[in-house]
Write a protein of this length. Structure first.
Length: 453
């Protein structure tokens, strides 16, 4: 089989690894980038030539936190804090089945690809009994669309009767959780270079998970060589909870149970003390920053610029769509930048730094910085080509045109060299159908959840 070759020429190439090439080129052979540089590309027999005139080429964006099933429960509990919102939604979520997850994941991942995302994680932590294989449903949706996927087998074991927040009927027992998590890793996890599917382990949060499950999940992940994720320090209510239950802040608690390290990334980290930031940096623990969701729930503004200054890895995440309705990943580059500046001043986060956390920073969180996150020879050909001609051409700097205002149209999205989006339209799956599947999943969940809503 001959290798597919593509040449992108005349684009403003932002490699994110230091160099920028106005009018530059990128050569793609198979699933990898084989050359990047200034000016036209060398002639390559049989290559498809993509004219990038008027386009900005960036690495594909990396989404480091999501709950795809929540596509089916958008627009509910609209004006609530995190804890109020969770209490309102746990019961309807407990009624979901594999069909709901399949439709929600298809629409949620399609939406992500349309905003430049080439790699996404997911955090699925509710597994109602007898409702089909929910984890397989989202994995199939990602494979069909053709995006790189790193879903977490999530879990909760501490219901209300054990001092946790969720009702007892949505939690599982520890033995089931660990057995199912190990089975998911054995079945799906592909560690090879260029892998389209990796699994991570992710008990949900300190207020819904026992200490024993946190500790044993970390042991399992490390024995299997996969990454660890959870929610942390999202709200002050959570800090109050860990102070009351464990006598420690959320970061201190995770530190004492061995849940920090270069193989761990944490969602949110909004409420951090100076000592927490120091520990996250020292241990190489990543943060998935989800600015729109934090704003929607009134949780606060994460100390992203302080984390970056300390040298801690930071990535961007859209978070589940029930707390970040229709949020596009490219828009989070802007949201992150503006929220840091609103709180810390105009130099707190530049457009280029915001793009870097959305790409290379995310790759670091997922442990894939050698494969994705920047445009370099030898890395995977995960590339977004944005149209910054037209209205966007009136802006002096194409990176500013991308980051400051409305996201420009997406001319092309390559994942491992394969076209997934062309001219703002999904090409691997029928776009209208994907949208319909998401709406059907919403209607189905609302019907299944009628008696508890
Ligand atoms: Zn979340």
């Amino acid at each position: 089989m001959s290798t597919v070759k593509r040449i992108i020429e005349n684009a403003y190439v932002v490699t994110v690894s230091g160099a920028e090439f106005p009018g530059g080129h990128i050569v793609v052979e198979g699933d990898k980038i084989t050359a990047v540089g200034p000016g036209p590309a060398p002639r390559i027999e049989g290559a498809e030539r993509i004219d990038g005139t008027g386009c900005l080429a960036t690495p594909g964006l990396v989404n480091t936190h999501h709950h795809l099933y929540q596509w089916a429960s958008q627009g509910l509990a609209k004006d609530n804090t995190l804890f109020e919102w969770l209490v309102a939604l746990y019961r309807p979520w407990s009624k979901m089945d594999a069909e709901v997850v399949a439709g929600a994941a298809s629409a949620g991942l399609g939406w992500l690809a349309k905003s430049g995302c080439t790699t996404s994680t997911d955090h699925h932590y509710i597994f109602p009994k007898g409702r089909g294989d929910l984890f397989a449903a989202e994995i199939e949706a990602a494979a069909e669309l053709g995006v790189r996927f790193q879903p977490c087998r999530g879990s909760m074991d501490r219901g209300q009767s054990q001092g946790g927040l969720p009702p007892d009927e949505v939690v599982e027992d520890i033995d089931t959780i660990l057995a199912e998590t190990e089975a998911a890793i054995d079945r799906y996890h592909d560690d090879s270079f260029g892998s389209m599917l990796r699994i991570a382990v992710a008990p949900c949060s300190p207020f819904s998970v026992s200490k024993e499950l946190m500790v044993r999940s970390a042991e399992l992940a490390r024995a299997k060589g996969v990454r660890l994720h959870t929610h942390l320090a999202e709200t002050l209510d959570e800090e109050e909870h860990t102070l009351q239950q464990f006598g420690m802040t959320p970061v201190e608690y995770m530190d004492t149970i061995g849940y920090l390290g270069p193989d761990v990334w944490l969602a949110h980290c909004v409420h951090l003390h100076d000592t927490d930031i120091k520990r996250l940096a020292e241990t190489g623990t990543g943060t998935a920053h989800c600015p729109s969701s934090n704003a929607r729930l009134g949780a606060g503004i994460a100390r992203v610029s302080d984390l970056l200054k300390a040298g801690a890895p930071v990535g961007l995440g859209v978070d589940g769509s029930a707390s970040a309705e229709l949020v596009p990943l490219a828009g989070e580059v802007r949201q992150a930048m503006y929220m840091q500046r609103a709180r810390y001043g105009p130099t707190a986060l530049t457009a280029r730094q915001a793009l870097e956390i959305g790409t290379l920073g995310g790759a670091r969180c997922l442990g894939r910085e050698n494969e994705i996150g920047s445009i370099e020879a030898g890395k995977l050909a995960d590339i977004a080509l944005w149209r910054v001609d037209g209205f966007h051409a009136a802006v002096a700097d194409p990176v500013v045109a991308f980051a400051y205002g409305a996201t420009p149209p997406l001319a092309r999205l390559l994942v491992g060299g394969r076209t997934v989006v062309r001219d703002d339209e999904l090409v691997t799956v029928p776009q209208d159908e994907v949208g319909r599947r998401g709406a059907d999943a919403h209607r189905r969940l609302m019907k299944l959840a009628e008696e508890v809503l």
